[in-house]
Ligand binder design. Structure first.
Ligand code: AMP
Length: 223
């Protein structure tokens, strides 16, 4: 089973993806996290991606597809996995089908209005070491600027700075929104209201997943 989380930056895909991973034991694959690691380690791929990421632009499809291909064929993804931040355009969606086409899909879009996104991204802080996500308004760290989980320094992502956020939202509207129609046509599309509290939203996402996974199991048994 392939679970795809769609939604603009700041809509909560990463947080909900982590919760899905914990509850269902499906590995979460975040292309943003994979790219940030490559940039931090200054790998050749990371060096290529860094400029585009810092401008809020999309990294080239080939680079991201390569990262996804490497990850989804690892042993822990054999049963199911959750994608956060991929696909981000129709070309990537088609290439995912080519890579791993047979897998049944559940697509969930987290919808949220722009004003709320802008204030969320301004308050978001991430751990410079383990990547844990905090929010200075609603999910404060126990100690200012320090990660509750590993004790490393919390930072603001370069691309969460206001000038870059505008560009990321524009890119989302232009490219990623077309994916909604693509998945609607495949009859695998669902949406949830991202302005709800983390736990409430996760309850709704779990309901969709339990229902769809249940249908899938029923079909397997019937076959
Ligand atoms: P995210 O953490 O998902 O918001 O991603 C951060 C940045 O990484 C994006 O603004 C893009 O520059 C890059 N990125 C992440 N996923 C993709 C993707 N699927 N395609 C192209 N660029 C991506």
């Amino acid at each position: 089973m392939r679970i795809i989380l769609l939604g603009p930056p700041g809509s909560g895909k990463g947080t909900q993806g982590d919760l899905i991973e914990k509850r269902y034991n499906f590995p979460k694959i975040s292309t943003g996290d994979l790219l940030r690691r490559a940039v931090q380690e200054q790998t050749p791929l990371g060096k290529k991606a860094e400029v585009q990421m810092n401008r809020g632009e999309l990294v080239s499809d080939e680079i991201v597809e390569e990262l996804v291909r490497e990850r989804i064929f690892q042993a822990d993804c054999r049963q199911s996995y959750v994608l956060d931040g991929f696909p981000r355009n129709i070309a990537q969606a088609k290439s995912l089908e080519k890579m791993d086409g047979e897998v049944p899909e559940i697509v969930i879009e987290i919808k949220i209005n722009e004003q709320e996104l802008i204030s969320r991204l301004a308050a978001r802080r991430v751990c410079s070491q383990c990547g844990a996500i905090f929010n200075l308004d609603v999910r404060k760290p126990n100690k200012e600027e320090v990660c509750d989980i590993c004790g490393a320094l919390l930072i603001q992502r370069e691309d969460d700075k206001p000038a870059v956020v505008q560009e990321r939202l524009r890119v989302f509207e232009e490219k990623t929104e077309k994916l909604r129609d693509f998945y609607l046509r495949k009859k695998v599309y669902h949406w949830v209201d991202g302005s709800e509290k983390i736990e409430t939203l996760f309850g709704k996402i779990s309901f969709i997943l339990d229902t769809e996974l249940g249908k899938f199991k029923e079909n397997e048994v019937r076959r």
